[in-house]
Design a protein around this ligand. Structure first.
Ligand SMILES: *[C@@H]1O[C@H](CO)[C@@H](O)[C@H](O)[C@H]1NC(C)=O
Ligand SMILES: *[C@@H]1O[C@H](CO)[C@@H](O)[C@H](O)[C@H]1NC(C)=O
Ligand SMILES: *[C@@H]1O[C@H](CO)[C@@H](O)[C@H](O)[C@H]1NC(C)=O
Ligand SMILES: *[C@@H]1O[C@H](CO)[C@@H](O)[C@H](O)[C@H]1NC(C)=O
Length: 484
């Protein structure tokens, strides 16, 4: 059985505009939605009216967990449209678009094994929905210039291809997103903003599968097209957010806004990168520094280390992976290693893995480090049966060969803070079932935000490694295709 796919996602390496594509991607506004489009001026006027100085903190409802044989992903609940309906979307810091499955789409999942109810977004049943045409600002700036062959009635289309081979195609719509604004300790009120997002018209086979199916993906990248950038540019929020993915109880905390507690040490983001990349300096196994070629962390070569919540595991290039695995097993000479699903190194072990295996510490610029314990990088697939979470990116990826990518395997059970205003990222080990404190920029007040769990993770052990291992792969390419 194929394990590869599953949950999914991640990051964008290429945005390219195809001026010739297949013709079935043309959506004609007049035929389907006669009279519903609005001019760009109307959008702008609307935005100016709505723009006020009310920067606030947002509390996103989170569910899911990072265990590779359970859901392997984290998702959030957001409202879209008027009247608002709820949508469950995978949170992915490795991509830049929010999209949801739309009414009438081809191969959209109708049921999910995650125990959530799926909903199709229907632009014509939301009174605040507007289609985005190819001549509008959002479209031309997303594609970096005028769209070849654009006519006033043609919609702005998108296509996103993720690293596991899955893809979504559709067109952009603008509508209200309804979120929970933090207004007190453990207290929120509904707030909304207007954003452009993708209306999924056609999903690839993997995104249509019911295992781990969701309504869409919420890209938390820093491009102008992401929800966070759009809300920030209309003055609603600051471009700062944090997640604490709880692999013990499921769900966790996902907040937009300045986090004042816990304090985290930070490292600069590598500039001019499509993803959240940081500079790695060294790797320690136990208390020994791993001996690696000097150019292994060279940023010209490697563009840094990608931090990506949309990927379940962690990927290391051959040159790091091989010596790391050798060191991990150096003290365990009697173990019989075998490969499961052609991808995972597994073994039987009946002791406490934290006693039998070394901790691994990654060191980053500005003295930020990330210590990963054996019970975090090893996962169990049956009693006493363990597999290694580290993956060899040389063997895994196609175009992204040789990358270093840290996914939920190492990000969970930590408060990870992305400060796009200051271009830093930081983290600290944290109890994601506890709470954090955020600042409401509008009033200056500091409020406590607690964890959420949209379902009980323990009740949803959807499968074993053989049927359901999510080796979520990375998004290699994002193609925004266009047709004329
Ligand atoms: C959005 O906010 C406005 C103003 O507060 C409110 O009138 C409207 O009902 C809200 N819309 C949704 C979908 O929540
Ligand atoms: C993103 O938006 C900012 C502010 O609106 C603008 O200055 C910048 O040029 C935009 N970036 C791109 C790549 O379009
Ligand atoms: C971001 O930078 C500004 C100006 O340098 C500084 O005042 C602020 O404290 C920084 N914010 C954080 C969260 O570090
Ligand atoms: C984490 O926090 C929760 C809620 O405060 C608490 O019940 C739990 O015991 C804490 N877990 C650990 C390991 O401290």
């Amino acid at each position: 059985m194929e394990i590869a796919r599953l949950a999914v996602v991640s990051f964008l390496l290429v945005i390219s505009l195809l001026s010739t594509g297949d013709c079935n991607l043309v959506f004609n506004v007049h035929h389907k939605f006669k009279g519903r489009e609005r001019s760009l001026e109307a959008f702008k006027a609307h935005d100016v009216l709505r723009r006020g100085r009310f920067l606030s903190a947002i509390d996103l409802n989170l569910g899911g967990n990072g265990h590779p044989s359970e859901s392997g992903l984290y998702f959030a609940k957001i409202g879209l449209g008027t009247p608002a309906k709820d949508y469950y979307v995978q949170v992915d810091t490795g991509s830049d678009l929010l999209w949801v499955n739309c009414a009438g789409c081809t191969n959209c999942p109708r049921k999910s094994d995650l125990g959530i109810e799926l909903t199709l977004y229907n632009p014509s049943s939301s009174s605040t929905s507007n289609l985005v045409t190819c001549g509008q600002d959002f479209c031309t700036s997303t594609y970096d210039g005028p769209i070849p062959g654009c006519r006033p009635e043609l919609l702005c289309e998108y296509k996103v291809a993720y690293g596991d081979g899955s893809s979504t195609t559709g067109y952009f719509v603008k509508d209200h997103v309804v979120l929970d604004r933090v207004t007190g300790n453990f207290k929120t009120e509904s707030t909304n903003g207007s954003i452009v997002f993708g209306c999924g018209a056609q999903q690839s086979v993997q995104l249509g599968a019911t295992s781990a199916a969701l309504d869409g993906i919420l890209g938390f990248g820093q491009a102008n097209s992401s929800m966070i950038s759009q809300l920030a540019s209309s003055g609603k929020i600051k471009r700062i957010f944090a997640h604490c993915l709880d692999n013990i109880n499921g769900g966790g905390i996902f907040a937009i806004g300045e986090v004042v507690q816990p304090k985290v040490r930070t490292t600069p983001l590598v500039q001019q990168q499509a993803h959240y990349n940081v500079f790695m300096k060294a790797i320690e196994v136990g208390d020994e520094v791993l001996n690696l070629p000097t150019d292994v962390f060279d940023t010209d070569l490697r563009k840094g280390t990608i931090i990506d919540s949309g990927t379940t595991l962690a990927y290391l290039p051959d040159v790091i992976y091989e010596p790391l695995i050798a060191k991990i097993f150096a003290r365990q000479t009697g173990l019989k290693l075998h490969t499961v699903e052609e991808q995972f190194t597994c073994f039987e072990y009946d002791g406490n893995v934290d006693d039998g295996f070394p901790t691994i510490t990654f060191h980053f610029e500005d003295s930020l480090s990330l210590t990963v314990h054996p019970h975090e990088y090893l996962f169990d697939i049956a009693s006493n049966k363990w597999c290694v979470g580290w993956q060899n990116s040389g063997a895994q990826s196609r175009d992204g060969k040789d990358m270093i990518l840290l996914g939920d395997l190492v990000l969970q059970n930590r408060l990870v803070l992305y400060d796009l205003e200051n271009q830093t990222i930081g983290w600290t080990e944290y109890n994601c079932s506890s709470s954090i404190k955020v600042r409401d920029e509008h009033s200056g007040a500091i409020y406590t935000v607690g964890p959420h769990n949209l379902y009980s993770a323990s009740s949803v052990r959807v499968g074993t490694i053989s049927s359901m291992l999510l080796s979520i792969l990375l998004l290699l390419t994002v193609l925004h295709s266009f047709t004329n």
